[in-house]
Design a protein around this ligand. Structure first.
Ligand code: SF4
Ligand code: ZN
Length: 262
């Protein structure tokens, strides 16, 4: 456990991922990675509050909320809960109408809510529990699809490129899922064991696991290498409906709302 904390501390310091004097909001899903992040940041002496987003994925979301509340109680942390159903739709509803769209809708909703909540509540940065495997597989998938703009989003920390955007940090970007799991088990922390019922087959992650098996250390080196591959963002626009930052006239969240909302 001390080894885990040592690597994490070094990584946060080296890549300037979080600062001790800023207001940090930590996103907690209740899964092993975000549970490890919340507990270890607490151990390292960071002051932060927690945000849990209930995505409305039936029993899975109920359980995730329950575990998140339990963990924060155990660690004496303030938790904020935002429920997607209060916006007028849930991920289960999206999935009923379009099987294919569930995960992309879920990602859009999480990013939208995290940013809006953090800005309105005056946080300086939002920390998410992305692991080295998440980052590596996401990057591979996107370059395979011909997109390179994603490189910016995969950095351990992104400063806001607009006043409406809150800085984003990935303290676990060098940690592996295995290391997070071990940390959570050794500390006896509560976490959601079930996978999301809508989770697709993790094809790109399996490629990463396979390379890692043959070349141990590949994933960590790969994500470190991404840091030198930074790319600039495109032109900034604002959504004409809700005013949030968008990459077209109407933001992806408002398009979801139009299609799946009440
Ligand atoms: Fe959302 Fe579940 Fe897809 Fe993850 S697997 S993005 S929680 S719908
Ligand atoms: Zn919008």
């Amino acid at each position: 456990m001390q080894f885990y904390l040592k690597i994490l501390k070094k990584s946060i310091y080296k890549y300037k991922i979080l600062k001790k004097d800023e207001r940090i909001l930590v996103a907690l899903s209740g899964g092993k990675d975000s549970v490890a992040m919340v507990s270890s940041l607490r151990e390292l002496g960071y002051n932060f509050e927690v945000l849990h987003i209930n995505l409305g994925i039936d029993k899975y979301s109920e359980k995730s909320e329950e575990i998140s509340v339990q963990l924060c109680k155990e660690l004496s942390l303030d938790i904020h809960i935002v429920r997607l159903k209060d916006f007028g739709f849930t991920i289960s509803k999206v999935r009923e109408k379009s099987r294919r769209r569930a995960c992309s809708a879920c990602g859009i909703a999480k990013r939208y809510i995290m940013n809006k909540f953090a800005r309105e509540e005056r946080f300086d940065v939002v920390a998410t529990g992305h692991t080295s495997e998440d980052i590596g597989s996401f990057y591979l998938k996107n370059i395979a699809g011909g997109s390179r703009i994603w490189a910016e989003k995969l950095m351990p920390r992104n400063e806001p490129f607009d006043p409406k955007i809150v800085a984003r940090a990935k303290p676990l970007f060098e940690m592996s899922e295995k290391e997070n799991m071990l940390y959570v088990l050794l500390k006896g922390l509560p976490y959601v064991e079930e996978e999301c019922p809508f989770a697709p087959k993790p094809e790109w992650k399996e490629i990463i696991y396979e390379i890692e098996k043959r070349k141990p250390g590949f994933t960590k080196n790969f994500v470190r290498g991404l840091i030198s591959a930074k790319k600039d963002f495109g032109i900034i626009k604002y959504c004409e409906r809700c005013g949030e930052v968008a990459n077209s006239n109407v933001c992806s969240f408002c398009k979801l709302l139009e299609r799946f909302g009440k």
